[in-house]
Write a protein that binds this ligand. Structure first.
Ligand code: TXA
Ligand code: MG
Length: 346
C-alpha cells in the first residue's frame, strides 16, 4: 500500500517542535518517520514494534539478514537493551556518545528478533542531533533507523534525498537541512577483546585507539560474517563508478579521452588543483563536480555529489581518490563500495 508522505520542516535549534510531536505520534501508531541525525538521515520506527520494523525493511527493499541500529536518547536507554556493557563500551560511550559511534553489544532479548536479524548482538547509537533526540524522547521508545535510502543507493544527507528514494513509502520526513558529517557512524563491536571496527565512519580509527588502545579492523571474510550489512553493495549511484589514483592526471586524461571516443557520457568528481585543471580541459564534454580539498568537506558532500552527478544519467562517474588519513579512510571505504561492479543488492 503506498503511503502519503508528509515533509515537515523543523528548526534544528529548537528542542521540540510541533513537527516533532506529530512525527512522534506517527511512530507510536506504528508509522515510519525519516529524521535527520548528525551523520545521515535515518528511517525511524518503534524498535519494539515488529510490524513497524518489517515496514522499514520493506520501504527500503533491504535484505532481512541485515540488522538495524537502535537509536536511543540516553545511555540509560541504550544499556536497557544490552545483556552486558563492558568497560571498553563505558570508555567509548563516555568519549563519543552522543555522536557518530555505534556500539555492538550482546542483547538481552527485549527487542523483536527482526531488529537484530536473529544475531545475539544489538547495535546501539545515540545521535548528536537535537531533532533526533527530541523525536526519540517524544516517542518514548528507542527507534530502529537504517539510513533513509533505498537499499544500495547512497545514504541521504538531505530531506530531498530521502524524498527522491522513499516518497510514497514513508509517512513523514522531518526536514532540518543538510547533515553535518555526511558519512554514517563508525560501528564498533565491543563483545570481543580487543574491540573490532566493523564499519569505518564519522569517528576515526585514531580517535577510537586513543580511548581504548588496541582495536582491530577486520579483514573482509571475517567482516562479512560479523557485520552482515557490509557484504551488500552500498552507496551506489546507477552509473558505473571508477576511481582514479591521486596525482595520476595522465591516467585521468587517458581515461576521459578513451571514454569520449567511445561516446560515453562522463561525470567527474575531483578535488585537487591538478585534477581540477585536468578535468577543466574537457569541460565542454564532461560534467564536472569540484569539491574543496579538505577531507571533512569531502565527507560531508560525498553522497550528495554522487547523487547529483548521477541525476544527469551519465554512463560513468570518475572519482578522484582522497588521502587515507583521518576521515579519508571512511571516504575511501564508501568509494570502493560504490565502485564495486557486481550488483548484489535490490
Ligand atoms: O550513521 C548511521 O549509522 C546511520 C544513521 C541513520 O544513524 N544509520 C545507518 O544504518 O547507517 P544502516 O542500517 O544503513 O547501517 C547499519 C550498519 C549495517 O552495516 C549493519 O549490518 C550494521 O550496522 N549492524 C547493525 N546491527 C549489527 C549487529 N548486531 N552486528 C553487527 N553489525 C550490525
Ligand atoms: Mg545504510
Amino acid at each position: 500500500m503506498p503511503r502519503t508522505t508528509r515533509i515537515l520542516r523543523c528548526d534544528s535549534r529548537a528542542a521540540t517542535t510541533a513537527a516533532v510531536t506529530r512525527a512522534a505520534a506517527v511512530i507510536r501508531h506504528g508509522g515510519l518517520v525519516a529524521f535527520p541525525t548528525e551523520t545521515v538521515y535515518g528511517l525511524g520506527a518503534n524498535a519494539f514494534d515488529a510490524k513497524a520494523v518489517r515496514g522499514v525493511f520493506k520501504a527500503k527493499g533491504r535484505p532481512s539478514d541485515n540488522p538495524l541500529i537502535v537509536h536511543c536518547d540516553s545511555l540509560r536507554q541504550a544499556r536497557s537493551l544490552a545483556k552486558e556493557f563492558p568497560p571498553v563500551a563505558e570508555k567509548l560511550a563516555r568519549a563519543f556518545m552522543p555522536g557518530a559511534l555505534t556500539l555492538v553489544l550482546k542483547h538481552n532479548h527485549s527487542l523483536p528478533k527482526i531488529v537484530t536479524a536473529n544475531l545475539d548482538t544489538v547495535a546501539v547509537r545515540i545521535p548528536n542531533h537535537k531533532i533526533a533526540i527530541a523525536l526519540i524522547r517524544s516517542a518514548r521508545v528507542p527507534l530502529v533507523a537504517p539510513s533513509a535510502n533505498l537499499s544500495g543507493r547512497p545514504s541521504p544527507t538531505t530531506a530531498q534525498h530521502v524524498a527522491e528514494d522513499l516518497q510514497g513509502r514513508v509517512d513523514v520526513i522531518l526536514d532540518a537541512g543538510p547533515t553535518r558529517i555526511g558519512l554514517e557512524s563508525t560501528v564498533v563491536d565491543v563483545t570481543t577483546s580487543p574491540p573490532v571496527i566493523l564499519r569505518l565512519g564519522g569517528i576515526t580509527t585514531a580517535q577510537i585507539r586513543k580511548v581504548v588502545g588496541r582495536v582491530k579492523t577486520v579483514a573482509s571474510v571475517e567482516l562479512l560474517r560479523r557485520s552482515p550489512g557490509t557484504r551488500h553493495k552500498h552507496y551506489s549511484p546507477r552509473a558505473q563508478v571508477t576511481l582514479v589514483e591521486r596525482g595520476d592526471t595522465k591516467g585521468l586524461v587517458r581515461l576521459m579521452t578513451k571514454l569520449i571516443s567511445q561516446k560515453k557520457k562522463i561525470s567527474v568528481l575531483v578535488h585537487s588543483k591538478l585534477f581540477r585543471s585536468a578535468a577543466k580541459g574537457f569541460s565542454s564534454k564532461v560534467n564536472i563536480c569540484i569539491l574543496p580539498s579538505d577531507v571533512r568537506t569531502i565527507a560531508r558532500r560525498l553522497f550528495a555529489s554522487l547523487r547529483s552527478l548521477d541525476n544527469a544519467r551519465p554512463d560513468i562517474i570518475l572519482v578522484e581518490k582522497v588521502k587515507r588519513a583521518s576521515l579519508g579512510a571512511a571516504v575511501l571505504d564508501r568509494l570502493a563500495r560504490a565502485a564495486r561492479s557486481a550488483k548484489t543488492d535490490a
